[in-house]
Design a binder for this molecule. Structure first.
Ligand code: GDP
Length: 350
């Protein structure tokens, strides 16, 4: 099912109370789930209050899903992989939600992940729910909304939540930070394995799969996997807990996809067995809270009328190179906090 229609429905239809939404989400109603996600994505103060109420009511029903991050450069085969894996999981009785963190949405209003017709079969699978990336906001804002969407999907009974992103900038870090296991899809050849190492992806990935290991691609995929394995041995010396397996697969043909999922499951089991699972979830929740506090303070600071007056001249001072950013930041913070230090001239670009 596509939730596009539900997404465009007016968010504030009065007939759906928070209690209705709680019941609808709990019943696994995908249209209501889609509207609940629209609500948590909204930044209108009224919606924020309702979203908080909704999330608080649903909190006891969250946490049980396997939260799996998936990354890879555009074209590596992420949607093909999710389509294949998702279909197998729903056939096996799982309910699969697919969310996305699109690092391009906040920047350009465009989309790396969401605009083509992707995952057509999974989209009509009644046991699946696919939601594109929140369309706007900073990466931090998009991440916060996606985290809340994970909770909503869990409350709606989805026991596998896949969060897809693209190997660009910080988006992999934020997705790793909201999931239990992080899968990196790689392309054979083209030095992708080295790029992965450079980007720090190898430290984030719990499972690595070289995709397109079919036809002429099989041997290069095997070679890439070997190279990745030896690179990983340097990063994760034996005996330090989980060593990310490097597998090969063909998302298109379906080969090796079960093995990738088995590795994800094994990773989770290892986390649970060592107690790291609980620890990771708790630490993530706490860091999320702090991120929200940081964001909230930033938003409040920007909205402060006294600060607002200063933003343009101080910004100008910084961009023209006349005001050190440290001094500019301190001026604005002092203005916001109401105790400006003597001698720190607001807007003191000259
Ligand atoms: P995404 O941008 O990472 O989501 O990549 P897509 O899933 O859209 O795949 C990009 C292209 O690669 C499409 O033409 C797919 O058919 C193709 N593709 C995906 N997986 C495989 C695979 O395992 N083998 C081969 N040969 N092609 C694949």
């Amino acid at each position: 099912m596509s939730d596009t229609g539900a997404r465009e429905a007016p968010v504030r239809r009065r007939e759906l109370t928070v209690a209705d939404q709680v019941a609808g989400v709990r019943a696994g109603d995908r249209a209501i789930l889609a509207r609940a996600i629209t609500l948590v994505e909204s930044s209108a103060p009224h919606d924020r209050d309702r979203a908080a109420e909704l999330l608080t009511a649903l909190m006891p029903h969250t946490g049980q899903a396997m939260r799996v991050g998936l990354t890879g450069v555009p074209g590596v085969g992420k949607s093909t992989f999710i389509e294949t894996l998702g279909g197998r999981l729903t056939s096996a009785g799982h309910r699969v939600a697919v969310l996305a963190v699109d690092p391009s949405s906040g920047v350009s209003g465009g989309s790396i992940l969401g605009d083509k017709t992707r995952m057509g079969r999974l989209a009509v699978d009644p046991a699946a729910f696919i939601r594109p990336s929140p369309a706007s906001g900073t990466l931090g804002g998009v991440a916060a909304k996606t985290r809340e969407s994970i909770l909503l999907c869990e409350a709606a009974g989805f026991d596998v939540v896949i969060v897809e992103t693209v190997g660009v900038g910080q988006s992999e870090t934020v997705v790793a930070e909201m999931t239990d296991s992080f899968v990196a899809l790689m392309l054979p050849g083209a030095g992708d394995e080295l790029q992965g190492i450079k980007r720090g992806l190898m430290e984030l990935a719990d499972v690595i799969a070289v995709n397109k290991a079919d036809g002429d691609g099989r041997r290069p995929a095997e070679r890439a996997a070997r190279e990745l394995r030896s690179a990983l041995r340097l990063l994760h010396p034996a005996g330090t807990g989980w060593s990310p397996p490097v597998l090969i697969c063909s998302a298109l043909a379906g080969d090796g996809v079960d093995e990738v999922w088995a590795a994800v499951t094994a990773h989770r089991q290892q986390l649970v067995a060592t107690g790291a699972f609980e620890q990771r979830r708790r630490a993530q929740a706490l860091r999320w809270m702090w991120t929200l506090i940081d964001d909230g303070l930033r938003t409040a600071l920007r909205a402060d009328p006294h600060v607002r007056e200063l933003l343009a001249p101080v910004g100008e001072g910084v961009t023209s190179g006349q005001l050190p950013p440290t001094v500019a930041a301190r001026n604005l913070l002092d203005q916001f906090l109401g105790h400006r230090e003597p001698g720190s001239q607001p807007g003191g670009a000259s």
